[in-house]
Design a protein around this ligand. Structure first.
Ligand SMILES: Nc1ncnc2c1ncn2[C@@H]1O[C@H](COP(=O)(O)OP(=O)(O)OP(=O)(O)O)[C@@H](O)[C@H]1O
Ligand SMILES: [Mg+2]
Length: 431
């Protein structure tokens, strides 16, 4: 058996490898997620060519600790890797990677005795050498990059291992990005579902649309009437017609407003025994993506053994979501590392309270006075309906909502809900 070290033929640490890596990284960064598979395949091919190896594979190490083939490149004449889940077929190998250990085999005889499946596999496929490097993202191995030799054996030098790990990290980060974007999309879908449940967004759009029509008609009729009057012609009939139209359109707009007023009242509450802490946890989960994107430090300090409240879980979630988003928005001017949102829960007398605090811009007296008014907003993309609806919902629950400035920076918005009377036990009935 001949084995050669590769460092002699390939200038791994040299400029050309650095250039190769840089180009690969740039490709991954600029790639649209949908094209990632293609770019990965191409990268594996180029690794094979650049490092002069026979096969290069990328496997994913899943959160349930399975090792699954993502992609591989082998030139004609070289057998492809076994597809699918390596755990079942190569248990020793999979176990090493799951535990973050490098598998470095110059010869099949380097395998330990217990790796009998792996020995059989190398024998049957004609594999001479194999190197697999698990790559950590966020402290956990998330994938492994491996190369295999069939034409000849190869000793993998520490330098070679470092180089392969560097490429692996580039690929692993691209994969991680795809996964987090996938999570984000799922979360957005959930959020938009919630918005539909709440109907506020939809309602606002349709109100705007419906009101726009009569308003346009009013404006053009008013302009026509003005023109007729300034021209000084006696056109009393036409002016009267224009004014009649204006009155009719104004009434239409007014009807739309009063109709939407009714709609904006919360739907029938479906009251049930609700754990406020559970809702806070749900909101934190839903906001996970936002928290990452906005560089927020979000904390929940939840009091144990909090009594339940009588509430509509969907509506209470809607309230807390708006408070969370408001708090997050308020920290937009704080530097990214320092943005904080804290949700606390506590019991005060017979009330359960949820306090949403931020260290953001705080309240001017003007904002403090008007923030709960419908359509009051200081945001370019805000509707100003969040807190107004929140207050309606809290009223319907027999609760309260208020905002106060923190002693330091930022604002705390407090929700207060009557604690549900504890279930009566025979003992308490006697007492
Ligand atoms: N935590 C906060 N810190 C500072 N200002 C706040 C905070 N929460 C709310 N505000 C102010 O109150 C205004 C009204 O908030 P509200 O939730 O009703 O509407 P919005 O967030 O502007 O729009 P949306 O209808 O999308 O919720 C905000 O525009 C902002 O000026
Ligand atoms: Mg809001």
């Amino acid at each position: 058996v001949t084995s050669r070290t590769l460092s002699r033929q390939t200038p791994l640490a040299g400029d050309s490898y650095a250039a190769f890596l840089a180009e690969l990284s740039a490709r991954f960064v600029n790639t649209r997620i949908e094209l990632l598979d293609e770019v990965i395949r191409d990268a594996l091919r180029r690794i094979v060519e650049f490092l002069d190896v026979d096969r290069c594979s990328l496997t994913r190490i899943t959160s349930s600790r399975e090792v699954v083939l993502v992609s591989a490149y082998s030139p004609p004449g070289v057998p492809p890797p076994p597809p699918g889940n390596a755990c079942a077929q190569l248990p020793w190998y999979a176990n090493e990677l799951v535990h973050g250990r490098i598998v470095n085999l110059t010869h099949p005889s380097d395998l330990p005795p217990q790796a009998s499946d792996e020995q059989a596999y190398m024998q049957d496929s004609g594999m001479r050498s194999h190197l697999a490097i698990p790559i950590n993202v966020g402290g956990m191995p998330t994938c492994a990059l491996s190369v295999a030799m069939f034409r000849r054996a190869m000793t993998f030098t520490p330098e070679f291992i470092v180089s392969l790990r560097l490429v692996g990290e580039v690929v692993a980060n691209a994969l991680a990005r795809r996964e987090s974007e996938g999570r984000l999309r799922r979360m957005e879908a959930e959020l938009s579902h919630l918005t539909r449940v709440a109907t506020v967004g939809q309602l606002a759009a349709s109100i705007a649309h419906e009101i726009n029509q009569p308003l346009c008609a009013i404006v053009s009729n008013a302009q026509a009437a003005l023109r007729l009057l300034t021209q000084g012609k006696s056109a009393a009939g036409e002016v009267r017609a224009a004014l009649r139209d204006i009155a009719a359109d104004s009434k239409r707009a007014g009807d739309i407003v009063s109709r939407s007023h009714r709609l904006l009242k919360p739907r029938e509450l479906s009251l049930q025994s609700v754990s406020v802490n559970d809702i806070v946890r749900d909101v934190m989960t839903l906001m996970h993506g936002e928290i990452l994107i906005r560089h927020l430090r979000a904390r929940a300090e939840l009091q144990d053994d909090l009594p339940a409240v009588d509430g509509d879980p969907v509506q209470l979630q809607q309230v807390m979501l708006n408070l969370f988003v408001n708090a997050a928005d308020a920290t937009a001017t704080v530097s990214p590392g320092d943005r904080e949102v804290t949700i606390r829960s506590e019991k005060v007398d017979d009330q359960v309270r949820v306090l949403v605090s931020d260290n953001g811009i705080g309240l001017t007296p003007d904002v403090a006075a008007r923030m709960f008014d419908p359509f009051f907003t200081t945001k370019s993309n805000g509707l100003g309906m969040g807190l107004a609806i929140n207050r309606t919902i809290m009223d319907a629950h027999g609760g309260h909502i208020w905002a106060s400035a923190n002693s330091g920076r930022g604002v705390t918005v407090t929700l207060s809900l009557p604690a549900r009377a504890p279930a009566r036990t025979p003992a308490s009935r006697k007492a």
